[in-house]
Design a binder for this molecule. Structure first.
Ligand code: TXA
Ligand code: MG
Length: 313
């Protein structure tokens, strides 16, 4: 495995590896993705193997242009307005698969839908164009771990299992995309992200979110304990216990602070890197996290923190 800058030479090398069926980690505006040619079943199978990902958990397919959707999915009414408002950007749309789609069935984990997104990061767009294929890409971490927002994070968790890492520095958004199911009459947020429910509702009207309706659908991957650091994590902490690390938000003493000024977008961008930095058993026995307001992108931050706090049995 090597790490190369996302310059024209690095992009060309990465595109060649992908066309040959290899695995390349690449930066998007949200987190680093672990990419493979979505039309190559063997390459897609290698993603599941490298991540240790259960095969029932489907993958997001990344495309360079909104128009590419029509080769892979049946675009419902809301598609055009959503793509116009949010693409390129951190919104993933779940649609019905086209029966004749060249994308491997493994991407959909055997289901009849496909999740598509057009990322908003120069390196990702350049890579998609140079490869000339749709790229299946989950977050580039071992399944259940913390998503990577820097090339070093990818190297630490997947280094030996992949062919190349394209490095373009830290990701701007820092939290994974919002996943929206638009196969239903009232679209449903399957995973909250930095495109908020309010922003989506302003474009299409009614939206269902899992939090208001426990019977609402969820993505297969969102039911598990996830984003888990190895140390125990406590959320909504008002006071730190001896030997715990304190991850703060807003003014006040903290081991690290997500945003001293209480800015939720800044907190989202810092969340995963700071959780990784504090997840150090040589220094701490646990991580306590300050309460984060449950509005705007805070909804997505709290979703990740709740699942990080839920330890696997
Ligand atoms: O920001 C992101 O979305 C990043 C970057 C790399 O694009 N990718 C990402 O992928 O977070 P991953 O695999 O870590 O999370 C994808 C989520 C999972 O919860 C998965 O279950 C859901 O999307 N998903 C994928 N395809 C789906 C489908 N057809 N129906 C429902 N949920 C789907
Ligand atoms: Mg992930």
């Amino acid at each position: 495995m090597s790490v190369v800058a996302a310059d024209p030479a690095g992009i060309a090398r990465a595109a060649q590896i992908l066309r040959d069926g290899g695995l390349v980690a690449f930066p998007t505006e949200t987190v680093y993705g672990l990419g493979a040619d979505a039309t190559n079943g063997q390459a897609v199978a290698r993603i599941f193997e490298a991540k240790g990902r259960p095969s029932f958990n489907p993958l997001i397919v990344h495309i360079a242009e909104a128009g590419d959707v029509h080769a892979f999915a049946v675009a419902p009414d809301h598609f055009a307005a959503l793509a116009k408002a949010f693409w390129p950007g951190p919104l993933t749309l779940v649609m019905r698969r086209k029966p004749a789609s060249p994308v491997s069935d493994l991407v959909s984990a055997g289901g009849s839908t496909i999740a598509l997104r057009m990322p908003d990061a120069a390196a990702a767009t350049a890579l998609l164009r140079a490869t000339g294929r749709p790229l299946a890409a989950p977050s580039a971490n071992r399944s259940g771990g913390i998503s990577p927002t820097r090339a070093e994070h990818v190297a630490a968790s997947l280094g030996k299992r992949i062919d190349l890492i394209l490095d373009a520095g830290p990701c701007r958004v820092g939290l994974e995309s919002t996943v929206l199911d638009i196969t239903r009459a009232t679209p449903a947020i399957l995973r909250p992200g930095s495109v908020t429910r309010e922003q989506i509702a302003a474009v299409i009207g009614a939206v269902v979110a899992g939090a208001d309706d426990p019977s609402a659908p969820k993505s297969p991957g969102t039911q598990l304990s996830h984003y888990a650091p190895s140390l125990p994590l406590r959320i909504n902490a008002s006071a730190v216990r001896p030997s715990e690390a304190f991850l703060g938000f807003g003014p006040g003493a903290a081991t690290l602070n997500l945003s001293p000024t209480g800015d939720l977008r800044e907190a989202a961008a810092n969340l995963f890197a700071m959780l990784r930095a504090l997840d150090d058993a040589n220094r701490f026995t646990g991580i306590a996290v300050a309460a984060i307001p449950d509005r705007d992108v805070g909804v997505a931050i709290n979703d990740r923190l709740r699942r990080a706090a839920h330890q696997n049995p």
